[in-house]
Ligand binder design. Structure first.
Ligand code: PEP
Length: 249
């Protein structure tokens, strides 16, 4: 299946530097996209970035959405608002939101369902903590997160699952290809059990300190259908090296 490389800019960027970054990425995309490419800027920049990436083939996504379509939720962003700005995807359940906003699997499933109602692809993030891995519970934790975070009605067209071990995010510590292979095989098996044949076609991304130097190796692992990239997505050259690794994955 065609790979997806998604950049998560997190809470980084003002219009001026984001426009420079978008321009640098678009210059690279000018030669064609070797795989599907998604950029998830901060919500404040999505409108500006939709215009900046216009005609590049690169799509835009949100970093989170509310579980409701509208209402009295000060400061939150609803999935239809992201769609209205031109987004195709939204990340839900990123470990930083699970940690900083105490988001539960049930809430994440509701957010993914909201994304689906708005016509967005939900990128559902999962991953164990360092302690959970040390205690030998990584598979159980990730499996429980998938069971709890996947909404009814998930299909390969509206859902992507990203395995992001918490201890690998922003730390420079990457999971070994063997660890990634083990978890991705488990997630694939579970998706097939839940969705039947469709489970084979849901993209599974790996995320956690993916960079220009390790992307080839990580993207070559079985059942890795792309990457979710944080820090390196802020550097156009590095991001494009990862996108290029998606070519052969
Ligand atoms: C992320 O935040 O989704 C992520 C993978 O970050 P980083 O690439 O910086 O580890």
């Amino acid at each position: 299946m065609r790979s997806l490389v998604a950049g998560n800019w997190k809470m980084n960027g003002l219009a001026s530097d984001a426009l420079d970054r978008a321009q640098a990425i678009c210059a690279k995309a000018g030669d064609g996209l070797p795989c599907d490419v998604l950029v998830c800027p901060p919500a404040t920049l999505i409108g500006t970035m939709t215009r900046a990436f216009q005609d590049s083939g690169i799509t835009l996504g949100g970093q989170d959405c509310h579980a409701e379509d509208s209402g009295a939720y000060t400061g939150d962003v609803a999935a239809p608002m992201l769609a209205d700005l031109g987004c195709s995807h939204v990340i839900v359940g990123h470990s930083e939101r699970r940690r900083d906003h105490a988001e539960s699997d049930a809430l994440i499933a509701s957010k993914a369902a909201a994304a689906h109602r708005a016509g967005l692809v939900a990128i559902i993030c999962l991953g164990e903590s360092a302690t959970e891995r040390e205690e030998g519970r990584a598979s159980d934790v990730v499996s429980a997160q998938l069971a709890g975070s996947l909404p009814p009605g998930a299909t390969p067209d509206n859902t992507v699952v990203a395995y992001e071990p918490v201890w690998a995010i922003g730390t420079g510590n990457t999971a070994t290809p063997a660890d990634v292979a083990e978890i991705h095989a488990l997630l694939r098996q579970q998706l097939v059990a839940a969705l039947g044949e469709d489970g084979n076609n849901v993209r599974l991304l790996y995320g956690g300190s993916v960079n220009a130097g390790n992307a080839d190796e990580l993207l070559a692992v079985d059942h890795v259908n792309g990457a979710l990239v944080g820090g390196a997505s802020l550097k156009p050259d590095d991001f494009w090296a990862i996108v290029s690794a998606g070519r052969s994955a």
